[in-house]
Ligand binder design. Structure first.
Ligand code: HEC
Length: 213
């Protein structure tokens, strides 16, 4: 048994040494091949000036590619600029159209406002006209001397009491006195003189006032 163990160790050692030798041999072989390749390249005329020429050509190729790329970029930038300019132009047109539309609607709003203001002014004028129309009470002031301030006096002891009579009746009677066609107490001419200067509107206004007395 002991003898066998020693033999095993010896065998193992031999094996290890063999492997070591084998590895070193492979490395050496590879190195030698590499060297041969280098030598062969130089041998084919690729050393020195030739290799320099190759390098110069490569450099020129790179430079020409760079120039091409630069030109392509310049072209792309130019195209982009043009596209942007077009977009800006279109946007400007749209904005202008929008401004025009806004102006138009603003101007139509102003027109509406003007029309509304004019209509308000018209209504105000009409209201003022109505307010400043014939004033029945003012007209009656000159009648009050004979008919009484309250319209309940018989004028010159002759006329009927006019206060409270129907507006339409008063309007008709006064209009007839003005035309000279009414004379109930022989004093029609006198009454004609009192109402000759009244317009139809004045007659209507004073009739309304007397009716309300
Ligand atoms: C100077 C006095 C006098 C004055 C001022 C006068 N009247 Fe008369 N009025 C008379 C007399 C008089 C009669 C009667 C006339 C007739 O013979 O029909 C009369 C009649 C009337 C009648 C008819 C009454 C009826 O029912 O028959 C009316 C209406 C009337 N007067 C309205 C007026 C008004 C309106 C005024 C003012 C704008 C006025 N008078 C001013 C004297 C006057």
């Amino acid at each position: 048994m002991k003898k066998l163990t020693v033999l095993s160790i010896v065998a193992a050692s031999l094996l290890l040494v063999g492997c070591g030798d084998s590895a070193t041999g492979a490395e050496a072989k590879a190195a030698s091949e590499h060297k041969t390749e280098s030598t062969m390249k130089c041998g084919e005329g690729k050393c020195g000036a030739s290799m320099k020429k190759e390098a110069t050509e490569a450099k020129e190729a790179v430079e020409s590619k760079a120039t091409e790329a630069k030109e392509a970029v310049t072209e792309a930038v130019k195209k982009t600029k043009e596209a942007v300019a077009e977009k800006v132009e279109a946007a400007t047109e749209k904005a202008t159209a929008a401004v025009d539309a806004a102006k138009e609607s603003a101007s139509s709003a102003v027109d509406s406002a003007k029309a509304a203001a004019a209509s308000v002014a018209g209504a105000a004028t009409a209201a003022v006209a109505a307010a400043t129309g014939p004033d029945g009470k003012a007209i009656f002031a000159k009648c009050a001397g004979c008919h009484g301030a309250d319209g309940k006096t018989s004028a010159l002891g002759k006329s009927e009491i006019i206060a409270g009579q129907a507006e339409a009746d008063l309007e008709k009677k006064i209009t007839e006195y003005k035309a000279g066609t009414r004379n109930t107490k022989g004093m029609g001419a006198l009454m004609k003189g009192q109402v000759a200067g009244l317009s139809d509107a004045d007659i209507k206004a004073v009739a309304t006032y007397i009716s309300g007395l």
